[in-house]
Ligand binder design. Structure first.
Ligand code: SAH
Length: 231
């Protein structure tokens, strides 16, 4: 029996240190990368503390999951830098009762951060393999308030429109008109606009009294917004 305990200790002890480290790394990520750069929304900060980013990256990048950078997730796509995810979440001022649409599921990380705050998250991904992996991952992690749709998000998601907020995580040369249409009165959209592979501008689009206002927030670099074959 004693040997069993020793064996258990040998296997479980390193595992518990490991688990502990990820939690510490997340706290460090929030303090040094996110709070330090000015994100103050409590719901956003809590969500960033909670979502296990290391479970959204390929196994070989797990140890880099809390670094201050984007990481490759395969198919030429990336999971965004933690600060950018936090910034885009804060700017839409998410509330639990909101209904939000994300275009560009990728790993599902941004969707998970939104789902920690918001009751209903819809997210569309054009690379079907990524849509499937992200959907399985989110389901396994218990995010049953996220619906992943496999397809081209250029035309938004008419069935569930209008949305309180739309978060676009791929860079588009222009703002897709359907997305503006599917924004609720008082709603906000955040989208990187500009040429693929160059520096783009993160833009905030707001709909107030039926009028659209736009503001430029900061320079960013996102992977390109692509289009489906049948478009
Ligand atoms: N939000 C993601 C990061 C996404 S990278 C995360 O948290 O991991 C941008 C993603 O947008 C890529 O996965 C890319 O395949 C997807 N994408 C590009 N164009 C798209 C389109 N027209 N519709 C839906 N997804 C698109």
């Amino acid at each position: 029996m004693r040997y069993l305990y020793i064996l258990l200790a040998i296997f479980i002890f390193p595992w518990s240190i490991h688990a502990q480290n990820y939690e510490q790394e997340r706290e460090k990520m929030v303090t040094k990368q996110i709070l330090k750069r000015g994100v103050r929304d409590v719901r956003t900060l809590d969500a960033m503390r909670k979502v296990e980013r290391h479970l959204f990256v390929p196994p070989r990048y797990m140890r880099m999951a809390y670094d201050d950078s984007p990481l490759s997730i395969g198919y030429g796509q990336t999971i965004s830098q933690p600060y950018i995810v936090a910034y885009m979440t804060e700017i839409i001022e998410p509330k639990p009762s909101d209904k939000v649409l994300e275009i560009g599921t990728g790993s599902g990380y941004q969707a998970a951060v939104l789902a920690e705050i918001i009751d209903k998250v819809y997210t569309i991904e054009i690379v079907s393999e990524l849509a499937k992996t992200a959907s399985d991952r989110l389901q396994n992690l218990g995010y049953d308030n996220v619906k992943v749709i496999s397809g081209d998000g250029y035309n938004g998601f008419e069935e569930e429109a209008p949305f309180d907020a739309i978060v676009v995580t791929a860079a588009s040369e222009h703002i897709p008109p359907s997305l503006i249409k599917q924004l609720k009165e008082g709603g906000k959209m955040i989208i990187p606009v500009g040429s693929p592979f160059l520096v783009q501008t993160l833009m905030l689009i707001e709909k107030k009294d039926g009028k659209i206002s736009t503001s430029s927030l900061m320079p960013v670099k996102f992977v390109p917004f692509t289009r489906g074959q049948n478009q």
